[in-house]
Design a protein around this ligand. Structure first.
Ligand SMILES: [Zn+2]
Length: 208
């Protein structure tokens, strides 16, 4: 099971291919496959006809019912770093060094009810928590790093740092700098507004 894999909510029933409409209820079924969780979203009809006995199937882990929400239109607004955006970047980066920080952020977001615990399983003796992002319906897993008290302070400092200064993975720094330079060069003559400060532009580039 890949601990850092985000599985988005489907926009259509995976059994009958009918697109979900806003506010439609659907069912999520989680199966364990060789290396990761397999998520399937299906409509009410398909759930009743074909999946109501899913609990009996090999690899079944969990299932729940959700309400589909049509995604909001994409905006170009500059995103401020929040616990949520930092956690998402940590998950995308998939670096074991950030497992403790990711765990602390997930717990913070769970307390704020941004994330919901859907299931907890024990994998190789470690607690793995299956989280759902309440609004987007995205599902991902976080492994409990089993932190000791004497590690907490360092991890909390890491988290505070990420929240305060944002997140720029070192290996991407060169690409970001190059992109910023190109964008500044091409946009400058047409742009009627003041060019954005370099740090803000860099964040936008990383986020996109
Ligand atoms: Zn269906």
């Amino acid at each position: 099971m890949n601990d850092w894999n985000i599985q988005s909510r489907a926009h259509a029933c995976e059994a009958c291919q009918q697109p979900f409409t806003d506010k439609q209820s659907y069912h999520t079924i989680l199966f364990e496959e060789k290396v990761e969780l397999r998520r399937q979203d299906v409509c009410d009809g398909c759930w009743q006809e074909r999946f109501a006995g899913a609990q009996e199937l090999n690899g079944f882990i969990s299932q729940w019912q959700g309400v589909y929400q049509a995604p909001p239109p994409v905006t170009e607004a500059i995103q401020k770093e929040t616990a949520e955006t930092v956690l998402k970047k940590l998950i995308e980066l998939n670096d074991p060094r950030y497992v403790p920080a990711g765990f602390i952020l997930a717990v913070m977001l769970e307390r704020k009810r941004v994330l919901k615990v859907k299931e907890q399983v024990i994998r190789d003796g470690r607690r793995t928590i299956i989280y759902e992002q309440s609004k987007t319906g995205e599902v991902f897993t976080i492994t409990d790093p089993d932190l000791h008290l004497n590690q907490l302070e360092e991890v909390q400092r890491d988290v505070a740092n990420l929240l305060e200064h944002g997140f720029n993975p070192p290996q991407a720094a060169e690409t970001v700098a190059a992109t910023v330079a190109t964008e500044t060069a091409t946009n400058a003559p047409e742009s009627p507004v003041e060019p954005a400060p370099a740090t803000v532009t860099a964040e936008t580039t990383v986020a996109s």
